[in-house]
Design a binder for this molecule. Structure first.
Ligand code: NAP
Length: 278
């Protein structure tokens, strides 16, 4: 099978991580183009990965089978509109990782009938440990679906959504989720420090406990609820702590938080999308 030429537009955090992931997966460097406004990140990517670089998005797209939008959501309308002629001519697979930009907005800016995969990755993608949800529109072929999946898999786990509306729930769960876990780590570390544990020990024990618990939950066939019950002996210390959480209605607090994030994702999609343009 022919190896697709990929144009990554935006050589920032995510663009660079994707390139790093693809190269680690043995994707041929000569089949990767990256475009950015600035020479400095491009030179860095060229020397690190030997990929093709340009400060002109159109040059990168000119030979691409797959065009990946890795620019900030605020500039996507302009970047996509400027490329619509060349994209209509070549009809590549377009993959967008821009948070909050809906498929129909991108389709509108690109001029219609384009195969688009919208993806929502998260920050741990920067260390190859991300979680991305993907949504494909009706023009995406089976082969293109596989191509999109293997590109995003280079930076972590991939799941598919059949209904794009669920992307707002994904944004509220795994998109914003790293911040929820960082908050819990911060709170636990502070609590242990207040009880007298030195800062470096509190930090290390908190982080390793978070890592170990996540790994155990991922590797186990048991649900997090069953794993929790197993470490909660009747009359023991864990039970006392969990009782405090339940009395403070922790389940309601998390449900409200995730719901607030989902609502904001819906609002942002409207603000950033094509419907608000004059
Ligand atoms: N970082 C994450 O963890 C994460 C998670 C989920 C989704 N995303 C999505 O991924 C996308 C990229 O995020 P990021 O964190 O990688 O952003 P970033 O580090 O700011 O990278 C974007 C790069 O694109 C460049 N750029 C701006 N306008 C451009 C143009 N017209 N043509 C080509 N390049 C242009 C930027 O240059 P300037 O710096 O000069 O603007 C910057 O180097 C965003 O849409 C974001 O929503 C990111």
């Amino acid at each position: 099978m022919k190896t697709a030429t990929i144009a990554i537009l935006g050589g920032g955090n995510m663009g660079a991580s994707l390139i790093g992931g693809l190269i680690a997966d043995h994707y041929p460097a000569e089949k990767i183009w990256v475009a950015d406004l600035h020479e400095a990140p491009l030179e860095q990517l060229k020397s690190q990965f030997n990929v093709n670089t340009t400060i002109d998005n159109a040059v990168a797209v000119k030979t691409a089978d797959i065009v990946m939008f890795a620019v900030k959501p605020q500039v996507l309308a302009k970047v996509a509109t400027d490329l619509s002629d060349i994209i209509q001519e070549r009809k590549p697979l377009v993959i967008s990782i821009a948070a909050g930009i809906r498929e129909n907005s991108l389709q509108h800016w690109l001029g219609g009938n384009i195969a688009i995969v919208r993806s929502m990755p998260n920050t741990p993608a920067l260390i190859g440990c991300g979680a991305s949800a993907l949504f494909a529109n009706q023009w995406v072929s089976h082969t293109q679906r596989n191509e999109a999946e293997s590109i995003l898999r280079a930076v972590g786990l991939v799941v598919w959504l059949e209904d794009e509306k669920l992307m707002d729930v994904v944004t509220a769960l795994s998109g914003s989720g790293p911040a929820y876990f960082f908050l819990v780590m911060e709170i636990l570390q502070n609590a242990a420090e207040e009880l007298g544990l030195p800062k470096d020990l509190a930090r290390l024990l908190t982080l390793q406990t978070a890592f170990g618990s996540a790994r155990m939950a991922l590797e186990s066939t048991e649900s997090p609820m069953d794993l929790r019950k197993k470490v909660t002996s009747p009359g023991g210390t864990t039970e006392q702590a969990l009782q405090v959480f339940e009395e403070a209605n922790i389940r309601r607090i998390f449900a409200d938080a995730v719901s607030a994030a989902q609502k904001r994702a819906q609002e942002l999609a409207k603000i950033l999308g094509h419907e608000t343009e004059k």
